[in-house]
Design a protein around this ligand. Structure first.
Ligand code: RFL
Ligand code: PHB
Length: 389
C-alpha cells in the first residue's frame, strides 16, 4: 500500500486533517486502532472555537453543525462569594458553538465514507519506520495480516497513548508535565439541562461544572480525589454533592434521577517538544494534553491540524517546505498559550489538597479581580472563544 499522507488515528484530529487534505487533492489513508463504534462512544461536549467551526466548514462538514450546534454567548462563573456572567460576545465579538465531540467525529466519518476514502479500523501493533528518511512507512496488523503502508509523510494523530510520539529520538524529545491531584467525575442526566450556558463553580468543597449534552440532556462534572472510583458515586450522592457546590438557584433546580456515562478522568497538563521529526508530524493529544477546565483540547488539536494542512498544501502545490519546517515552532507557540489558560482556569476553580491559607487567599483575590474587572474578563473571554491561529 502507498499513500501521500498516512494518518495514524481516526479521532477528530486525524479525520479533520484527512478531510482538509482531500479538498486539496492530497491522498490520505487513516489507520485507527479501534472500531468506529468505540471511537464514537467517547462522549464529551465540545466547546468549538470559531477557528474550528471555520475549518469544519472548509472541510465540507459544516452543515450539520449549523442545524445541531448551539451558539453560546457567555459563561457563568461562581466562587469565592462571587457569581457573574462573562459576556463572551460583548467582550470579544465572538461566541462559541456547543456540539458533541462524537458528533464532530461522526460527521467527519460520514463525509469520508461519502467520498469512498480509505479508513482502516482495528489496526494493531502500529509502528512508524524510517521517519528521518525520505521514505517513511508504517507497519501494522490488520485482517489477520501484517501490512506495510509507504508514504511521503506520517501524521501522528494517535492521541496521548499512541505510538507515534514515542518514535522521536530520546535525546531530542522533551516532555513537560504537570499532573493534578484530582480528577473529574462526569455524568449525563436524562433530564434537560439545568442551565442555558455553562456554569463553572469553584466551591469550598471543590469544583463543579454544569454543562449539557446536545442541548437536551444535562451533563455534570465534579472534582473528585483520584483514589475514588466511579462506582463509589451513586446517583443520589452525585446530586447531593452538586447541590452543595452550586449556587442556590441552580442547586434548587437540579432534577435528580438516573445518571449515565459515569467516568473519572484524571487532569493533566502535558506538552512534548518538538512536534515534528523528519517526515513525521504530531497533532492534537498525541503532542499535548490540557486539563478540560478551559475546554481547549479539541480546539488545540484543530489549530495543529490547520497549521499542518496549510504546510502540506504548500509542499504539494508549490514545492515549498517553509510551513513544514516551521510547523513545530508555530504549533507549540499557540499550544503553550492554551496550556497557560487551561492551567490558570484549573488553578482558579479547584481545591488542592496541599493548598495553604495564603494560596486560598490568592485564589479568592483572583476571583474577586475577575468578578470586578472588565479587563480581566476580556482576557478570559479572548482565550475562551479562542486565540487566533
Ligand atoms: P483522540 O481523540 O484521543 O484520538 C486519537 C485516536 O487515535 C487512536 N489511536 C490509534 N490508532 C491507530 N494505532 C494506534 N496505535 C493508536 N493509538 C491510538 C485512538 O483510538 C483515537 O481514536 O485525540 P485527538 O484526535 O487529538 O483529539 C483530541 C480530543 O479528543 C481531546 O483533546 C478532547 O476530547 C479534550 N476535551 C475537550 N476538548 C475541548 O476542546 N472541549 C471540551 O469541551 C472538552 N471536554 C475533553 C473534554 C477531554 C476530557 N477528558 C477525556 C479528560 C472533557 C473531558 C472529560
Ligand atoms: C463537557 O461538557 O464535556 C465540558 C464542558 C466544558 C468544559 C469541559 C468539558 O470546560
Amino acid at each position: 500500500m502507498r499513500t501521500q499522507v498516512a494518518i495514524v488515528g481516526g479521532g477528530p484530529a486525524g479525520l479533520l486533517l484527512a478531510q482538509l487534505l482531500q479538498t486539496q487533492g492530497i491522498e490520505t489513508i487513516v489507520l485507527e486502532r479501534y472500531e468506529r463504534d468505540d471511537v464514537l462512544s467517547r462522549i464529551r461536549a465540545a466547546v468549538l472555537e470559531r477557528g474550528l467551526t471555520d475549518l469544519l466548514h472548509e472541510a465540507g462538514v459544516g452543515a450539520p453543525l449549523e442545524d445541531g450546534g448551539l451558539v453560546h454567548d457567555g459563561i457563568r462563573i461562581a466562587g469565592g462569594g462571587h457569581d457573574f456572567r462573562i459576556d463572551l460576545k460583548a467582550l470579544t465579538g465572538s461566541s462559541v458553538t456547543i456540539y458533541g465531540q462524537e458528533r464532530v467525529t461522526q460527521d467527519l466519518y460520514a463525509a469520508r465514507d461519502a467520498m469512498g476514502l480509505s479508513t482502516l479500523h482495528g489496526c494493531a501493533g502500529m509502528k512508524p519506520h524510517d521517519i528521518d528518511s525520505d521514505q517513511p512507512y508504517l507497519t501494522f496488523l490488520h485482517g489477520g495480516q501484517m501490512n506495510r503502508l509507504d508514504c511521503d509523510f506520517i501524521a501522528g494523530c494517535d492521541g496521548f497513548h499512541g505510538p507515534c510520539r514515542k518514535e522521536l529520538p530520546d535525546d531530542t524529545a522533551q516532555a513537560f508535565e504537570q499532573t493534578f491531584p484530582f480528577g473529574w467525575l462526569g455524568v449525563t442526566s436524562d433530564a434537560p439541562p439545568v442551565v442555558e450556558e455553562f456554569l463553572y463553580a469553584g466551591s469550598e468543597r471543590g469544583f463543579a461544572l454544569c454543562s449539557l449534552q446536545d442541548g437536551e440532556r444535562g451533563r455534570y462534572y465534579l472534582q473528585v480525589p483520584l483514589s475514588d472510583s466511579p462506582e463509589e458515586w451513586e446517583d443520589e450522592r452525585i446530586w447531593e454533592e452538586l447541590a452543595r457546590r452550586l449556587p442556590a438557584d441552580v442547586a434548587n433546580a437540579l432534577p435528580g434521577g438516573a445518571l449515565s456515562g459515569r467516568d473519572i478522568a484524571p487532569l493533566r497538563s502535558f506538552v512534548s517538544e518538538p512536534m515534528h521529526w523528519g517526515r513525521m508530524f504530531l497533532c492534537g493529544d498525541a503532542a499535548h494534553i490540557v486539563p478540560p477546565t478551559g475546554a481547549k483540547g479539541l480546539n488545540t488539536a484543530a489549530s495543529d491540524v490547520q497549521y499542518l494542512y496549510h504546510a502540506l498544501t504548500r509542499h504539494y502545490r508549490d514545492g515549498d517546505d517553509a510551513g513544514l519546517k516551521a510547523y513545530s515552532q508555530t504549533a507549540l507557540a499557540r499550544t503553550w498559550k492554551t496550556q497557560r489558560f487551561s492551567w490558570w482556569m484549573t488553578n482558579l476553580l479547584h481545591r488542592f489538597p496541599a493548598q495553604t491559607a495564603f494560596d486560598l487567599k490568592m485564589q479568592r483575590a483572583d476571583l474577586a479581580y475577575l468578578a470586578g474587572s472588565e479587563a480581566a474578563q476580556t482576557t478570559l473571554a479572548e482565550n475562551y472563544v479562542g486565540l487566533s491561529y
